[in-house]
Design a protein around this ligand. Sequence first.
Ligand code: HEC
Length: 181
Amino acid sequence: MVKRVLVSGVILGAFLALLSTIVSNQGTAEEGKKNPQDLAVERSRREVRMLDDIYKTAVVLVTEHYVKTDSDLAAGSAFKVLFESIAKKGWHEARLVDATGHPYSDLNLPKEGFEKKAIAELLAGKPSYDQVITEDGKRYLVAATAIPVVMEKCIMCHENYRNVEKGKAIGAISYKVPIQE
Ligand code: HEC
């Protein structure tokens, strides 16, 4: 009888100890941690930063090495095709947007809503601007990152960049990335 009480006491004690470890672990694990939805947005922001580095590095490389005259295929035109095929595959949407008011193609004017707001923010000096939107119950990160005149050669085709203050945005890459919850 005493033995049984002792045994069950030990079992109960062990159970309580285990329970308190679980509770305290949960406590410490959650301390300082953002909720999962915020973490998903952070991952999408990281994805945009990576894409932005890849796309912009590639645009500069193409312009530097392959574009010799204003009749050569512009990186801007080649990337339009690239962006279309990436969107068709369902990865994300991306497009080149003008910030000067005088685009090469009017199709590249910022769209009403997010893009107009984002261009205003970039012209005010922000390097990037983003928002979380919901469409059909799915969340997306829409983002825009500034494009300054990175090389003299850009002016060969975009005469209007000549008078733009150094470092100021003349355009943006606008993104729409699905948020993986
Ligand atoms: C060979 C000519 C050429 C050069 C050089 C060139 N672009 Fe373009 N750019 C174009 C053309 C053509 C388009 C329009 C593409 C389309 O939408 O079909 C364009 C589009 C753009 C757009 C979208 C807004 C708009 O004007 O339609 C931006 C932003 C842009 N270029 C930035 C740059 C930057 C920055 C450089 C230098 C790294 C550069 N371009 C060099 C020809 C050029």
